[in-house]
Design a protein around this ligand. Structure first.
Ligand code: HEM
Ligand code: HEM
Length: 276
């Protein structure tokens, strides 16, 4: 892999920032707010930021970059598709439960639904994510879609995935700001109490996490090589079957992408989209 060290630094930074963001959102609701419960009250609302941050943002980010992990290249494309689809499915379930929690809380407290820009863009993101999931399974997991459709729609799949992910982070920032304005009354948000500073930092962490994931997902040289390329490398490296990659791949992961890999990759570049 080209720039393997840069990849490792970016990936570990995303991991560290993601874990800190999860700790921050949990500390916010458990320490500053009223904890977690399913009782129609504020503690039920708190599931909304917790599940959206942990599932819809951090887990979705992981799902997006899972193909890019060089350690996963020894697994077949089909296995990786199952992992990518499953992670996205779990993230979707988190988002749905988070949405049910806030609707339930609003209904119990007789607060109107869907009045804010946050809620409009947020619900649109959940619906688009569902559509992306259904189309992803129909096109790339089930064996019915012709190869030409798969190849033609892959750039759309990648673009819409990154678009939804970015929108969800924007939605979270709006939600955080709204909640701080509603919840902080004495002292107010504008007086910068410790909770306000703490949760503003959570927002910054989410922006940073999004930036790191987008960087990893948009480097052409960190893309999973086509199965064709992996197979050729494997044959050169002397392994046993076409779904596993042997010694040749471990050389890549050591950061010493051999000329042979670059050459094979260039030759097979045209296959990259077709195996999708
Ligand atoms: C409400 C989606 C994250 C705070 C809502 C509603 C939706 C939604 C659809 C409308 C519920 C209703 O009208 O009954 C999302 C999505 C998120 C997200 C997709 C993904 C990141 C957050 C975060 C916070 C938050 C991180 C921070 C606390 C709120 C608040 C409301 C709300 C305070 C009630 C006020 C309003 O309707 O705007 N959210 N949300 N949201 N959300 Fe979020
Ligand atoms: C690639 C997003 C669901 C199949 C990608 C990429 C993104 C993405 C951003 C680009 C990754 C990269 O360049 O390394 C999403 C989102 C989904 C979703 C947000 C759910 C809402 C699915 C499902 C499948 C699927 C259900 C079915 C198997 C693929 C395939 C690739 C891909 C085959 C190409 C990987 C490669 O270039 O090697 N997806 N995806 N996606 N996705 Fe999805």
């Amino acid at each position: 892999m080209e720039n393997y060290k840069q990849f490792l630094v970016t990936l570990s930074s995303a991991g560290v920032v993601g874990v800190i963001a999860i700790i921050f959102v949990l500390r916010w609701v458990l320490y500053y707010q009223r904890g977690l419960a399913w009782d129609g009250g504020l503690a039920e609302f708190n599931w909304h930021p917790v599940l959206n941050v942990c599932g819809f943002i951090i887990l979705q980010g992981l799902a997006i970059i899972v193909y890019r992990l060089p350690w996963s290249w020894k697994y077949s494309k089909l296995t990786m598709k199952f992992i990518h689809a499953s992670l996205n499915l779990v993230a979707f379930i988190f988002a749905v439960v988070a949405t049910v929690a806030v609707f339930d809380y609003h209904n119990a407290a007789k607060i109107p639904n869907m009045y804010s820009l946050h809620s409009w863009v947020g619900l649109a993101a959940v619906i688009l994510y569902c559509l992306q999931l259904v189309l992803g399974v129909s096109l790339y997991l089930l064996p019915f879609a012709p190869m030409s459709w798969r190849a033609a729609l892959m750039p759309v799949h990648v673009y819409s995935g990154l678009f939804i992910f970015t929108s969800v982070i924007a939605v979270a920032l709006m939600g955080i700001t709204e909640k701080l304005i509603f919840a902080l009354t004495n002292p107010k948000y504008k007086d910068s109490p410790p909770e306000a500073i703490f949760v503003n930092v959570l927002g910054l962490l989410l922006v940073l996490y999004g930036g790191l994931i987008l960087w990893i997902a948009t480097r052409q040289s960190w893309k999973r090589p086509s199965d064709q390329t992996l197979h050729t490398l494997h044959s050169n490296g002397g392994g046993e079957d076409d779904t596993k990659v042997g010694p040749a791949l471990s050389q890549l992961s050591d950061g010493a992408e051999g000329d042979s890999f670059g050459e094979v990759r260039r030759r097979n570049n045209k296959f990259d989209d077709q195996v999708n």
